[in-house]
Write a protein that binds this ligand. Sequence first.
Ligand SMILES: [Zn+2]
Length: 304
Amino acid sequence: MTLPEQIRVLERGWLSSNNIVFLDDDGATVVDTGYVTHLDDTIRLIDEAREGRPLRRIVNTHIHSDHAGGNAGLKALHGCEVWIPPGEAELVDVWDEDRLSYRRTSQLCPPFRYDALIHPNDTLRLGGEDWRVLPAAGHDHAMVMLWCERLGILLSADALWQKGFGVIFPELAGIPGFAEQKATLDLIGQLQPRWVIPGHGAPFSGEAVDAALMAAHSRIDWLMEEPRRNSDNALKVLLAFKLLEARRLTLPELADMVRTSVQGNVAMQAHYPHEPEVMAAFMAEQLVRAGAATREGDTLIAPR
Ligand SMILES: [Zn+2]
């Protein structure tokens, strides 16, 4: 079984989300645009995928920096429209970096303007098919997924990957998110997708979908049992992400990031009462152990 011709999945990795290009007769749409430092690759890959059609539209599943970082650049280049979910539209209007996620995650996202909102239960026409917008709270309460009933294909964004799902960010700030993620997984289970195109990693189908759902259910239960695990995972993911972007980070830089994350998130304040330097040293060890970094003296270096 393969995905239809009119859907091109540009698999990108962790710093940039996947870009999913839909081809229609009159133009192309891309779902999610990657991280800003990868913009040149994003432009080139989309150019290859759209095969001469104009890029008419960007649709974002959510506006985290690794999903919306190419919005401004692509819009400037192609004059395309940007459609986003309504949840954080007001923050985008005023570009409030303190309340958007960028400041507390130490991530970059160039400001962009949107042209339309996609509400849960709206239907979008993409690649000659109808796609229903579905709510996907948990990782990000404003996030949506796209579901094509006829083809049994789900664009799951960061709600379900082949191995796990995105950090439950609301919980870090003291806002419930675990139950919401469970509900999102239940919804995916009810849809019984034949294919899942995740926000990161390769598309998967058939039994791999069932296996991913089962693993995701046990992971969310494991996180709920001890919320500190969600904070630890968040910190590890944020530091690994920054290391991928910066390529090298010193321990004092790591400590600054820890301080920023903890300041911006009440749950983390409870979980990490120690000095940021202590946490940074601990996290550095974890990253090296996980193979996400090597260490030279006081500096962490990203793997090639
Ligand atoms: Zn995300």
